[in-house]
Ligand binder design. Sequence first.
Ligand code: FAD
Length: 320
Amino acid sequence: IDKIQEKVASDKVVFSFEFFPPKTEDGVENLFERMDRMVAHNPAFCDITWGAGGSTADLTLDIANRMQNTICVETMMHLTCTNMPVEKIDHALQTIKSNGIQNVLALRGDPPHGQDKFVQIQGGFACALDLVKHIRSAYGDYFGITVAGYPEGHPDTIGPDGVASNESYQSDLLYLKKKVDAGADLIITQLFYDTDMFLKFVNDCRQIGITCPIVPGIMPINNYKGFLRMTGFCKTKIPAEITAALEPIKDNEEAVKAYGIHLGAEMCKKILAHGIKTVHLYTLNMEKSALAILLNLGLIEESKISRSLPWRPPTNVFRV
Ligand code: FAD
């Protein structure tokens, strides 16, 4: 099976890992070593992001190729419309096609650094829907297409009070359905920490006739400042109990990591109990927390965790 929607639609619980292109050559080599160790645990697929504003285009293409053909994991490449005339989009798609990659995450992208709003460039696309349509019309069924979903509403629609109005939430949902109707096979969500909100989102999608798999994007909390930065950028709701748990331990890095593993495992457990079969981990290129969560869930075996890893999973205190 080469398309990830078929892997995530099986009866088995599966997981996947997201990575981003490192800034230096050493970083890239380190990432491949780490990825190799993580792929030994048999993820359904791994994906590599497309740098904001198209800043990592060549590197993302190279990494995707190596993931598919050297690491030998089913690979999905992210692709955005920001600063991408259609020729560049086709160059990227042709390149991955010739490298045997069959999975794309089709995104609009954020505005480049220093810009507030996304602006469609001349000869480019205005939104992910346009990109999905293009991929289907130019490449038929060759690619499995994934699109982004936003359980709390897209950040553009979230007001100063931290929530999206019901009207914009509903129009986001209808737009998501358009992306699926235009040919997307799978939805991966933006990160969230309110699991009930994710489950409501899945329900709301089903109500309007979205039937494809909806995969939760889980970002383990690795570090307090990073968590605040990320949730601030994405305007993610932080449930009060998470703030209360983090506040007293925020200066203790190990305690924050251990809590992040505990929380990630609890979230996944609840989601899996509701019949969702896939968890997608935003690894931030780090292996420890992602593997510890999967270990806690019983989805990977401790004996397969590389001995060379200078770390062992935390004690049973946080086992679920
Ligand atoms: P779209 O689906 O086009 O939607 C953007 C917003 O505009 C939504 O609010 C939508 O409802 C609204 N909208 C657009 N067109 C219409 C329309 N016709 N009618 C009604 N509403 C409309 N960014 C990167 O730069 N690189 C990455 O690799 C990357 N990976 C990501 C992976 C995931 C899983 C997620 C969730 C996000 C990722 N992002 C990435 C961020 C993403 O690019 C931004 O969130 C971006 O602002 C929106 O992209 P989108 O594909 O969701 O846009």
